[in-house]
Write a protein that binds this ligand. Structure first.
Ligand SMILES: *[C@@H]1O[C@H](CO)[C@@H](O)[C@H](O)[C@H]1NC(C)=O
Ligand SMILES: *[C@@H]1O[C@H](CO)[C@@H](O)[C@H](O)[C@H]1NC(C)=O
Ligand SMILES: *[C@@H]1O[C@H](CO)[C@@H](O)[C@H](O)[C@H]1NC(C)=O
Length: 396
């Protein structure tokens, strides 16, 4: 399964011009089938949109404003960090109680396997004990309804009366944030934010499963803002290509840039043991990750001044097994012999939350979990303040 997954991923992210030169015969033999499935998917997708458009399928409307954070492609693109960014701002600066609706993505794509539970767990851990509600379930309208029944809701929201005047957070739900909402067209939303991963924006531009797109690029016409995530990790040239592709689909769309800023490490199993980023300086580091864009982790660690960085990448949401631990340990031994000191393993929070137990098997090697938060990078007037103004407009 892992092999097939890697093969499909490779095909999806190989540009058309390089298909013959870079893909193996096995890869090439998969293309006709993938192409056919892509075409069927496209037909199903446009049929569903048409049904919604002509009002045959009803759209659910929630009694509070809905902000949707979605993505067009599969793979890591900062959706969950963006949900956290908006949630923290709403709860801490505006004083509104947010409800995050997310689901355990089990059947998103058969090849992805059981994915997404790690992100849901991470959200739960970060907001544990905070004034934020998290609803997990495949039927989001039903999940939302049960939360409104239990906690109540406020509408219309008088932002002005909350902002800085009343300390604390309202006890009734004031806004809903849809995690991964783009494909969830059956729910009306006030603001549609689309995340784009600068490191791998749209692969070969084909729909699933031939390519990584879950929606055609024309879907940008439904969006209110696009965020190019990991924008600091690509060249200005690549950034402008991404921007012009977005503007081609929707010429008035505000485009923001974002990145992840590392904040600290923690040392499992105790999440309260915090280490500064300098902890890896002058060290031998092995980055181990099963996330959408492993390059981002490696590049960030490299900036922290380690002596040497090695890496082991697994596919997104991969569940580490004992046999993987053996491979990782063998690599660690190799590094230890080569450099004469004990290497440290760095994983992301998502890897930690997917299965925190199994990381314990890496003893006696030191495991560090890198914690990051999303930051909006100002450019051309598209600053963090402008982004927040956009959110405010949607709420009031
Ligand atoms: C977006 O990214 C997530 C997380 O990386 C992935 O699991 C999911 O399938 C993608 N969702 C959409 C809507 O493309
Ligand atoms: C989801 O819940 C809503 C409202 O509770 C209900 O009307 C709808 O039929 C449900 N959808 C599915 C697919 O079960
Ligand atoms: C975790 O670390 C914190 C801070 O060092 C310490 O106060 C706490 O007792 C530790 N908890 C456990 C379960 O070891």
């Amino acid at each position: 399964m892992e092999k097939l997954r890697t093969a499909v991923n490779k095909i999806a992210y190989t540009p058309k011009s390089q298909i013959l030169s870079t893909l193996s015969p096995l890869h090439l033999s998969l293309i006709p089938l993938l192409f056919l499935s892509s075409s069927l998917y496209k037909v199903a997708l446009s049929f569903r949109h048409t049904l919604h458009h002509i009002g045959f399928l009803r759209k659910h409307r929630l009694p509070v404003p809905v902000i949707s954070v979605g993505n067009l492609t599969w793979g890591g693109n900062g959706k969950t960090p963006m949900v956290e960014f908006i949630t923290n701002w709403l709860a801490n600066d505006i004083g509104v109680l947010p409800l995050i609706l997310t689901r355990l993505r089990i059947l998103d794509l058969p090849l992805q396997g059981y994915g997404g539970a790690d992100e849901a767990k991470m959200l739960q851990r970060h907001f544990d004990g905070k004034s934020v509600k998290i609803g997990v379930g495949a039927n989001r309208s039903a999940t939302a309804k049960s939360f409104f029944d239990r906690y109540g809701f406020i509408y219309p929201l008088e932002i002005a009366c909350f902002k800085k005047q009343i300390p604390g957070v309202s006890d009734k739900i004031g806004v809903t944030i849809l995690d991964d909402g783009m494909q969830h067209i059956s729910m009306s939303r006030n603001l549609e934010i689309v995340m784009v991963n600068a490191l791998s924006p749209w692969g070969n531009c084909q729909l699933l499963p031939f390519g990584p797109l879950r929606e055609p690029l024309t879907s940008f016409s439904r969006a209110h803002a696009a965020i190019i995530h990991h924008a600091d990790l690509v060249s200005d040239g690549s950034l402008s290509v991404i921007k012009s592709t977005i503007l081609e689909a929707n010429q008035f769309l505000p485009i923001f840039l974002s990145t992840m800023t590392p904040t600290h490490f923690f040392k499992p199993p105790n999440v309260s043991i915090i280490l500064p980023l300098g902890a890896v300086s002058q060290k031998i580091v092995l980055c181990v990750s099963a996330i959408g864009s492993p390059n981002s982790l490696v590049q960030r660690i490299q900036k922290m001044g380690p002596l040497f960085v090695d890496r082991l990448d697994y596919s997104d949401h991969h569940q580490f097994q004992s046999k993987d631990i053996k491979v990782i340990k063998a690599r660690l031994e190799l590094l230890k012999n080569k450099f004469g000191s004990n290497p440290a393993i760095v994983v992301t929070e998502k890897d930690y939350d997917r299965d925190s137990e199994i990381l314990g098997e890496l003893e006696p090697f030191e495991v560090l979990v890198l914690c990051c938060k999303l930051k909006i990078l100002g450019h051309n007037g598209c600053t963090e303040d402008e982004f927040k103004k956009l959110l405010i407009r949607c709420l009031s």
